[in-house]
Design a protein around this ligand. Structure first.
Ligand code: GLP
Length: 244
């Protein structure tokens, strides 16, 4: 789905999310969202906050699971995805405490495996993710599933590619402070989502969008594996569509 601008694409995604939340509310059901961080979803979150404030969109029936978090990192660190989500969404809406989940970057290393298993289990207990929102890294990563990630992988601790650390270095005082590790939901966990919306804006994403949509579906470009998902849509702007 190609929009004239990132702003319009973000509004369309926010609208799809709001419609799902309202449908679930009307049916007396809860709604499970998978959420992403990075610069890509910022305007989409702003739009959801606007809908909450101006249109009364309620998140009381919503449960959310974020894709990833750096490791180790304190939740209030400037670069923490826990902090990002509070600043961009959770502090401004009526989602009850305990209904949003973001991987914890402070879990002791020897407890991470168990922690990750419980993250996936909690998603399953709630009936799985109804709608998963994704961004895309320049190397095709989704969440922090770097090239080579197994299509059946679960939530786990991963090593970041150097290219990812470089791409995200602008958030940190210097390159040496960019974490080498992260906790990410696995490709298997993402693939279980009933519906997936991947957003990409700008010419710098045009090449990887093209490789993901038109290229061979391979674990060397994790986003290209989404070709195998039964209900996945790429929502992009005209700039990100220039190589298609
Ligand atoms: C980050 C995140 C991803 C995100 C991607 C793109 O490293 N872990 O979840 O989708 O890279 O980031 P951006 O939206 O800033 O381009």
């Amino acid at each position: 789905e190609i929009h004239p601008s990132a702003k319009e694409g973000s509004k369309a995604v926010a609208q799809e999310i709001a419609t799902l939340i309202r449908e679930k509310q009307a049916a007396g059901q809860h709604c499970v969202l998978g959420l992403a961080t990075g610069s890509t979803p910022k305007y989409m979150y702003a739009e959801l906050v606007r809908m909450h404030k101006e249109e009364g969109l309620s998140f009381k029936n919503v449960f959310t699971f974020n894709l990833d978090e750096y490791y180790p990192i304190e939740p209030d660190a400037l670069q923490s995805y826990n902090r990002f989500m509070k600043e961009h969404l959770f502090n401004h809406i009526d989602i009850p405490e305990g209904q949003y989940h973001i991987p914890d970057g402070t879990i002791p290393k020897d407890q991470i495996k168990k922690y990750c298993e419980s993250y996936d289990k909690r998603i399953e207990e709630l009936g799985g993710i109804d709608l998963q929102v994704l961004g895309i890294g320049n190397n095709g990563h989704i969440g922090f599933n770097e090239p080579g990630s197994n299509i059946n992988s679960h939530t786990r601790l991963v090593t970041l590619d150097n290219s990812t650390r470089l791409a995200n270095a602008y958030e940190f005082p210097n390159m040496s402070q960019v974490p080498r590790l992260a906790i990410t939901m696995g490709l298997g966990s993402i693939f279980k989502a009933k519906r997936i919306l991947l957003m990409a804006w700008g010419t710098h994403k045009a090449k990887i969008v093209c490789r993901s949509v038109e290229g061979h579906s391979s674990d060397q470009v994790p986003a290209s594996l989404l070709q195998q998902h039964p209900n996945c849509k790429f929502v992009i702007d005209e700039q990100a569509a220039t190589e298609l």
